[in-house]
Design a protein around this ligand. Structure first.
Ligand SMILES: Nc1ncnc2c1ncn2[C@@H]1O[C@H](COP(=O)(O)OP(=O)(O)OP(=O)(O)O)[C@@H](O)[C@H]1O
Length: 285
């Protein structure tokens, strides 16, 4: 199996240049700081082991790792669905567990893999649920404006009056992301946000999320998509943090092969000379 990502020539130096350019677009403020986070299962098995990273305002981070490596558990700890056994999580410099649930809902939106919407709601009503943390705080016309913009961004205008039970899996997934964006979060947590989407739909959705001035942590199985999307990639394996670095470093073969058992390398495009990243599962494995 091959996954190919198109990249310009220019090699390593370019990535450090990119990193600077990305940083310039962001503030230096950390919206999230995770330090020494460990999590045990109810049977006392280690699910996450000493995870440490920080996220700047507007920064995009992908989390990759094999099945069962702890990716979803990390997101669940960040929304307080799982309680860490050790370590700290700071949201804008304050311990996450000291912030009220409402306060957190105004800062962090989560798009889960297993979200089952109420199929009796229209797409528009479902997206509007994202405004709940602000109920009573703003004029409803402000909320309606935000919801209308999100529905437009998500390409859902033609379906907005359809029931959630009467749209396709991909449209439902876009509505779910719309609901999360309607929450106006400063941090967006996405757990496999593209698994129901066709290839152009995946690219479009991740490009849209990337264009938003929101810090994002996205769990992605598609390493090519992760490279195109992220400023940084956190690699997990068996609950341990293997890498937290720019995509070029996190996706190098030394990191990828021990974790996924597949090779990661670069080849030149046969016609255009661009560098392509290739992931190859060795035959027979
Ligand atoms: N509530 C729980 N009780 C017991 N074990 C759990 C629980 N939640 C997660 N685990 C275990 O923790 C490990 C990490 O699970 P998690 O869902 O975070 O992995 P993941 O990387 O998101 O996997 P996938 O790619 O398959 O979605 C797995 O071994 C899983 O079985």
């Amino acid at each position: 199996m091959l996954q190919v990502a198109v990249k310009d020539p220019g090699r390593e130096g370019r990535y450090y240049g990119e990193r600077r350019a990305v940083k310039d677009m962001k503030t230096d403020e950390f919206v999230l700081e995770v330090e020494g986070l460990s999590l045990l299962s109810p049977e006392h098995n280690l699910i996450l082991d000493n995870i440490t990273f920080s996220l700047r305002a507007g920064e995009k981070m992908a989390v990759i790792g094999p099945n069962g490596s702890g990716k979803t558990s990390l997101l669940q700890a960040l929304i307080r669905e799982k309680r860490p056994d050790s370590g700290t999580i700071l949201l804008r410099g304050q311990p996450l567990n000291t912030r009220s649930a409402l306060d957190c809902a105004r800062e962090i939106a989560f798009l889960s893999q297993s979200d089952i919407p109420d199929f009796r709601l229209s797409v528009e009503e479902y997206v509007s649920l994202g405004r709940l943390p602000y109920f009573g705080q703003y004029a409803s016309s402000d909320g309606a404006h935000i919801v209308a913009q999100v529905i437009k961004d998500m390409g859902l205008t033609a379906y907005k009056h359809r029931l959630m039970g009467e749209v396709s899996g991909g449209q439902r997934q876009r509505a779910a992301l719309g609901r999360a964006l309607a929450q106006s979060p400063s941090i967006l947590l996405l757990d496999e946000p593209t698994n129901h989407l066709d290839p152009p739909g995946r690219t479009a959705l991740l490009s849209l999320v990337k264009s938003k001035n929101i810090a994002v942590i996205a769990v992605l199985h598609d390493l090519t998509a992760a490279e195109a999307f992220a400023d940084r990639i956190l690699v997990l394996n068996e609950g341990k943090q293997v890498s937290d670095d720019i995509p070029e470093s996190s996706l190098q073969n030394q990191v990828i092969f021990p974790v996924f058992g597949m090779h990661s390398f670069r080849v030149a495009h046969p016609h255009e000379g661009k560098m392509l990243r290739v992931f190859e599962v060795p035959s027979g494995s």
